[in-house]
Write a protein that binds this ligand. Sequence first.
Ligand SMILES: Nc1nc2c(ncn2[C@@H]2O[C@H](COP(=O)(O)OP(=O)(O)O)[C@@H](O)[C@H]2O)c(=O)[nH]1
Ligand SMILES: [Mg+2]
Length: 239
Amino acid sequence: MLKRDLILGTAGHIDHGKTSLVKALTGIDCDRLPEEKARGITIDLGFANLDLPGYRIGIIDVPGHEKFIKNMLAGATGFDIALLIVAADDSVMPQTREHLEILKFLKIKHGLVALTKCDLGDSDTLEVVEMEIRELLEGSAFENAPIIQTSATTGKGIAELKTKITHSKSWKWKSANYSRGQHLKMPQLFKPQQPLAKVLLNLKPKSQRFAQVLKQKKNSTFSDCPLIGHLQFTAMERL
Ligand SMILES: Nc1nc2c(ncn2[C@@H]2O[C@H](COP(=O)(O)OP(=O)(O)O)[C@@H](O)[C@H]2O)c(=O)[nH]1
Ligand SMILES: [Mg+2]
């Protein structure tokens, strides 16, 4: 049977263990830039993949630092499923909230929560942090998302997380090429700063079909967001 393609992306505050969790899930270190290695933080988007029964999951790992929020936004436009990450020893922090707001803005409906670094918290702490997460998610599409206790250090919860991704009813119905990116609205994402014609010149042949459609649109200009490139075209081609 053909595996279904889904993009899962991380979200959450810096140092909460996003990149470590992706590595624990896939064996892939998404921090590939020398500067990321030197500073020990994620700067640009990182990519990994995970084959699960029935699904081929592409993973996008985003930076949690507030300075790199544009990169996070760029990655998040391609998410089908968000993996919101909150560290047990730090709980909900500013970029946990900010990234959640971005997920809401992009109308991403599917998600899970990983409570990371559980090796650093006792059961009372974990319970309190889970309560804070539930409070944060109240009223959002992620209100009933599963919260999985994990530790990239001990391996706790990694198998359970894979199982939850595989068996979630929430996205099970999706066909192999279902339309992702319904949430992308040109006027919202692209500010009238750069003539679209210029951007079109740089498009890869793959995107030319969509470029034709864009040409007919009124708001055919691009924002100055450095990342809007390939990912958004890929997502928008599916509109
Ligand atoms: N004790 C413990 N430390 C962790 C765990 N996951 C990540 N870390 C550490 O937390 C720091 C930040 O992790 P990283 O994955 O880079 O966080 P990110 O900024 O959210 O991507 C690193 O020093 C990791 O070694 C965990 O499960 N347990
Ligand atoms: Mg990281």
